[in-house]
Design a protein around this ligand. Structure first.
Ligand code: GDP
Ligand code: IMO
Ligand code: MG
Length: 424
């Protein structure tokens, strides 16, 4: 069963798209199983940059089958724009399949995402405002519209009219917003459904059959461990499970189908949106890392908050995902910084030390990061292709991270390109 899950080990944007693209050269199938177009995965190949939001990063290989599982929330307008954008650049989407059970992001979800964020005022979550939370709310409440409904005009018109009427009551009476035009939405989305119909297939069956046939199947995580709805920094999280477990339920395969779980982290930490970030750098050092690493969101363009590598959060990711190895990206970004800090543990108010990420924000707020300072490294490492070629300081940094998180570092990223990767 040669199947691998790739998941984010921090707060997202760790470079999962790049790692998937590298591994996809050897894969038959790539699957997205949770999240939606809150994700932004960058792939750079042959000098071309692709920013993917819903379509699996395996799409650049013509032979790879790309699946969107039942756990994903699909904005039909966005996925069609993405398909058109890729096809206009010569990338075929003929091998794309979407599960009929996946839920559809409708205009009221986007509207309500914005309105509820506004209502929260200064305690807003800082969502991507793509309708993700409200869509998962309807799914859990069992009133959502699914891809199957979307591609069946009669079913869709009936469901959408009923749901839109109810959502308009909430939009107008609860939030004081403006009612949406149901007829216009139904007309527009019926047209999307017509175009998407040819992509609909049972992804659970396709993934299972591929695994059974011994094909190489890759699961592409979106977001990251600390954004998990249960195990992340709740409520400053997304509304799905960006973990290895989420890959199984969001595709419709069992955990025994998963052979390897590869985490992806940066050599430092970033976060977009609000919420706690123990190692955040609010000084010039933080600005320096942001500018060197071009840390601006792929989806919303927001500047990413930056900070030192936090071994406590990555250790948390190792545990909740059962990581078998980890890729550390963007080591090149740290080159030239004289001294690097690594957060090794947190100190509690009673002076005791914890190695485990606290379960609640209240407990986290009382903790203080404990740092260890290590010597930095210099020079352009973007052309290094083996671990031995790296400067000693860079090697030491990676080896120390490996020791602290208790997980083998199997890849080190030294640039955004497909080839700028060291396999260990
Ligand atoms: P994802 O959401 O996890 O797929 O990550 P994003 O694509 O949102 O953000 C990662 C950014 O880092 C992208 O711009 C990548 O091109 C870039 N990147 C990935 N790996 C490396 C690396 O090793 N070095 C550098 N300099 N950039 C990288
Ligand atoms: P990729 O796959 C980074 C963050 C948002 C916000 C929180 C909730 O590119 O790593 P949501 O719109 O999901 O309700 O927002 O989650 N967030 C991400 N941050 N990378 C992502 O995806 C993210 N997807 C959501 O910024 O803080
Ligand atoms: Mg991203």
């Amino acid at each position: 069963m040669p199947s691998k899950v790739v998941v984010g080990a921090q707060w997202g944007d760790e470079g999962k798209g790049k790692i998937i693209d590298i591994l996809a050269s050897r894969a038959d199938v790539v699957v997205r199983s949770q999240g939606g177009n809150n994700a932004g995965h960058t792939v750079e190949s042959d000098g071309q940059v692709y920013k993917l939001h819903l379509i699996p990063s395996g799409i650049l290989y013509p032979k790879t089958t790309c699946l969107i599982g039942c756990g994903v929330v699909v904005d039909p307008k966005v996925i069609l724009e993405e398909i058109d954008g890729l096809e206009s650049r010569g990338v075929s989407c003929a091998n794309l399949h979407i599960d009929p059970r996946a839920h559809v992001i409708m205009p009221w979800h986007i509207e309500l995402d914005g309105l509820s964020e506004k209502e929260r005022g200064s305690s807003d979550i800082g969502t991507t405002r793509r309708g993700i939370g409200p869509c998962y709310m309807d799914k859990a409440e069992r009133s959502g519209i699914r891809i199957y409904d979307l591609v069946h005009p009669d079913i869709f018109a009936k469901k959408a009219a009923a749901v839109c009427a109810l959502k308009n009551k909430i939009i107008v009476n609860v939030y004081g917003g403006k009612a949406l035009d149901a007829d216009k939405i139904i007309e527009e989305y019926t047209a999307y459904g017509k175009r998407l119909a040819k992509y609909v297939s049972d992804v659970s069956v396709m993934a299972y059959e591929a695994i059974k046939a011994g094909k190489e199947v890759l699961f592409e995580g979106a977001q990251g461990a600390l954004l998990d709805i249960d195990l992340g920094t709740y409520p400053y999280v997304t509304s799905s499970h960006p973990t290895a477990g989420g890959a199984a339920t969001g595709t419709g395969i069992g955990p025994t189908c998963i052979e390897e779980v590869i985490g992806v982290a940066k050599s430092y930490t970033t976060r977009v949106g609000k919420g706690p970030f123990p190692t955040e750098l609010l000084d010039e050092q933080g600005d320096e890392i942001r500018n060197r690493g071009h840390e601006f969101g792929t989806t919303t363009g927001r500047p990413r908050r930056t900070g030192w590598f936090d071994a406590v959060i990555v250790r948390h990711a190792v545990r909740i995902n059962g990581l078998t190895s980890i890729a550390i990206n963007k080591l090149d970004t740290l080159s030239g910084i004289k001294e690097l800090k690594i957060c090794t543990s947190y100190k509690k108010p009673d002076g005791s030390i914890t190695n485990d990420f606290p379960p609640t924000l209240e407990e986290l707020a009382e903790c203080e990061p404990v740092y260890e300072t290590v010597e930095g490294f210099d020079g352009d490492i973007s052309a290094c292709r083996s671990f031995d070629e790296l400067p000693q300081g860079a090697k030491n940094y990676i080896l120390r991270i490996e020791e602290l998180i208790g997980c083998r570092v199997s890849m080190v990223g030294v640039g955004p390109g497909r080839d700028q990767n060291i396999e260990r």
